[in-house]
Design a protein around this ligand. Structure first.
Ligand code: SAM
Length: 322
């Protein structure tokens, strides 16, 4: 493990929207290194309860350590947030309603900085792995060496918004005929050969979008995010807060659309505990446009640069309001 840390993104803003309070119950659906969770517990005080979920066993071990002595009661649970209901049920928390739920999407610096996890294009010898949960069967190498030309191009285009998707896919297929791609260096080499020199000189690493695309495909990151957000809302007590931080436009689009559908065009001010505009939505939006990090945070933490936070509060449903 490296010594580099993961700096929680938009921390002040997360606390502002979650409003941790004494005896509050919180769910961190992506507990990672426990940075946000620690701050939530510190703000809520000794009597708070926090459930931290992560699909990565190394993240769970880190979170356990980070949250020891953080105050409050903590349960760290294994699994994917897409299975939230079943996980809480199995942990005996099926009836728990939370005051706040946080999703800090994507990968942590711990995962990216650990070359053997295969998320990075910076280390040429890193394996093409990219699984957040190493017990999952499919690695990035399996996709790169196994997907059809058409599917590879689709993954690069859809999940990486890569302009040269078709060309890169063609180069990958040609290269793997000779020898399967095994390392980050193999893939970077192919991307560099496929992308025309002028485009390669544009901002950022030429393989960044291809790596993002593969990571999303390996981990099925966008597949059931909307369902997970809806399930999370049902786990909130009326008035409870849902805060979501996303790191690229594909994720943010899903968060935005889901929030919009759950809010059903409600136009009540955020402070109202019950909807009075007659639309009876499930949530009230607390952020009409995404909150982005201040210049100082973007400067201090490059990972924060693409972060966007959206928050909503659960509204009392018609039956609950009676
Ligand atoms: C950005 S990090 C969270 C960092 C954390 N907020 C902190 O302050 O340390 C995202 C974490 O979510 C986990 N994760 C990603 N997708 C997940 C999913 N579908 N279910 C559960 N955990 C997931 C990753 O393994 C990673 O540890």
């Amino acid at each position: 493990m490296t010594l580099a840390g993961h700096v929680p993104v938009l921390l002040d803003e997360v606390l502002r929207y979650l409003e941790p309070a004494p005896r509050g119950r919180y769910l961190d659906a992506t507990v990672g290194g426990g940075g946000h969770a620690r701050a939530i517990l510190a703000a809520a005080g000794e009597d708070a309860f926090l459930v931290g979920l992560d699909r990565d066993p190394e993240a769970r071990r880190r979170a356990e350590r980070a949250l020891q002595g953080a105050g409050g009661r903590v349960r760290i649970l294994a699994g994917r947030y897409e299975e939230l209901d079943a996980i809480l049920e199995a942990a005996g928390l099926g009836d728990t309603r939370f005051d706040g739920i946080l999703f800090d999407l994507g990968v942590s610096s711990f995962q990216v900085d650990e070359a053997r996890r295969g998320f990075t294009y910076q280390d040429p010898s890193a394996p093409l792995d990219m699984r957040m949960d190493p017990s999952q069967p499919t690695t990035a190498a399996d996709l790169v060496n196994g997907l059809s030309l058409h599917d590879l191009a689709r993954v690069f285009k859809e999940y990486g918004e890569e302009r040269w998707a078709a060309r890169i896919a063609r180069f990958v297929v040609e290269r793997r005929r000779r020898r399967p791609l095994a390392t980050a260096g193999d893939l970077v080499e192919v991307v560099k050969a496929a992308v025309p020199a002028a485009a390669r000189r544009e901002a950022g690493h030429p393989a960044r979008r291809v790596f993002q695309a593969l990571r999303i495909a390996v981990n099925g990151e966008l597949e059931r995010l909307d369902g997970a957000l809806r399930a999370a809302v049902r786990r909130l007590r009326p008035g409870g807060r849902l805060v979501v931080i996303s790191f690229h436009s594909l994720e943010d689009r899903i968060v935005k659309e889901t929030f919009r559908e759950l809010a059903l065009g409600c136009i009540c001010p955020p402070e109202l505990p019950v909807c009075s505009c007659g639309r009876n939505p499930e949530v009230r939006l607390l952020t009409r446009t995404p909150v982005v990090p201040a210049a100082e945070e973007r400067e201090r933490n490059p990972r924060a640069r693409s972060a966007r936070l959206r928050a909503a509060a659960r509204v009392l449903g018609p039956q609950e309001a009676e």
